[in-house]
Write a protein that binds this ligand. Structure first.
Ligand SMILES: NC(=O)c1ccc[n+]([C@@H]2O[C@H](COP(=O)([O-])OP(=O)(O)OC[C@H]3O[C@@H](n4cnc5c(N)ncnc54)[C@H](OP(=O)(O)O)[C@@H]3O)[C@@H](O)[C@H]2O)c1
Length: 254
């Protein structure tokens, strides 16, 4: 049976695993970094933890005789994605990235696009404002430099230790988040500006749509670019790529 490694941590990775499990005839493993305390269940076997850089991932691909590598990690998880490109190159394992398209601004959006979290914090401004922070809990350190604002921080797991800031409210929640729920949350907390990543997809779009309805600013951290990664945008396209790759391998007698 062809051995497939999916690098996961996203809804798409989980759904791709489900699709491949239903087909049968494939030996699929899904890899998680181990960031969340209680990951959602998966339909395929899961391994957890880093590989030890690009070289470690290349060693894993060889030792586990992996035939195909699919990087379905989050669009902002660039270290593992660069490592996947390098490991696939080093081992010759066929590789594709499953990368959901970025959101595009539509009429009514008030987006301020910035390159990183430091720039996002500066873009809030000098005057104290109420800020909804929808970033990963490991990305919050730059907010220490702007104690004048009131923050609402939402993350999957608790922020430990709490930020050394005078006005922070923490919420733990796992998406998907609807526009109506996010609008109600933002209204209840008097939110004046949202800080988010351009994650794409539906699960995290609620806050973007809610900000548009409420007429408030969204400071959006631009997507990083992973060089030399062949990519598809949908699960269907990833499955089609996999079929084509496996058929070609059979035709070549690999
Ligand atoms: N960054 C985000 O905004 C975001 C949002 C939602 C979910 N996630 C998910 O959370 C995970 C970690 O994200 P990150 O931004 O910390 O990634 P990252 O900065 O690109 O990766 C840091 C290190 O974590 C390990 N790693 C990352 N993803 C892994 C995976 N799927 N399986 C095994 N090891 C992995 C690798 O360690 P080694 O070098 O030791 O192999 C990697 O070098 C990813 O799987 C991603 O899909 C990230």
């Amino acid at each position: 049976m062809p051995r497939i490694l999916i690098l996961g941590g996203t809804t798409e990775a989980r759904l791709l695993g489900e699709r491949l499990a239903k087909r049968g005839g494939l030996d699929v493993t899904l890899s998680l970094a181990g960031r969340t305390a209680a990951p959602v269940p998966h339909a395929v076997p899961v391994r957890v933890g880093g590989f030890g850089g690009a070289a470690g991932l290349a060693d894993y691909l060889a030792a586990e005789r992996i035939d195909v590598l699919i990087d379905a990690t989050h669009p902002y998880a660039t270290v593992i994605s660069q490592n996947a490109v390098a490991a696939a190159h080093a081992t010759g394992v066929p590789f594709v990235a499953l990368l959901r398209p970025a959101w595009r601004a539509v009429a009514g959006d008030r987006w301020i696009e910035v390159n990183d979290t430091h720039a996002a914090v500066s873009a809030i401004g000098v005057q104290g404002r109420s800020v909804f922070v929808a970033l990963g809990r490991n990305e919050l350190a730059p907010f220490k430099d702007a104690p004048q604002h009131r923050y609402l921080v939402r993350s999957v797991d608790p922020v430990e230790p709490p930020l050394p800031l005078p006005h922070v409210t923490y919420i733990t929640a796992r998406g998907p988040f609807s526009e109506a729920d996010d609008r109600a949350l933002m209204t209840a907390h008097g939110i004046e500006v949202v800080i988010a990543k351009n994650s794409g997809g539906n699960a995290a779009y609620g806050k973007i749509a809610a900000a548009r309805t409420l007429g408030i600013d969204v400071i959006l951290v631009r997507r990083p670019v992973v060089a030399d990664a062949p990519a598809v945008e949908t699960i269907d396209a990833a499955v089609a790529w996999l079929d084509h790759t496996l058929t070609s391998a059979v035709a070549r007698g690999v």
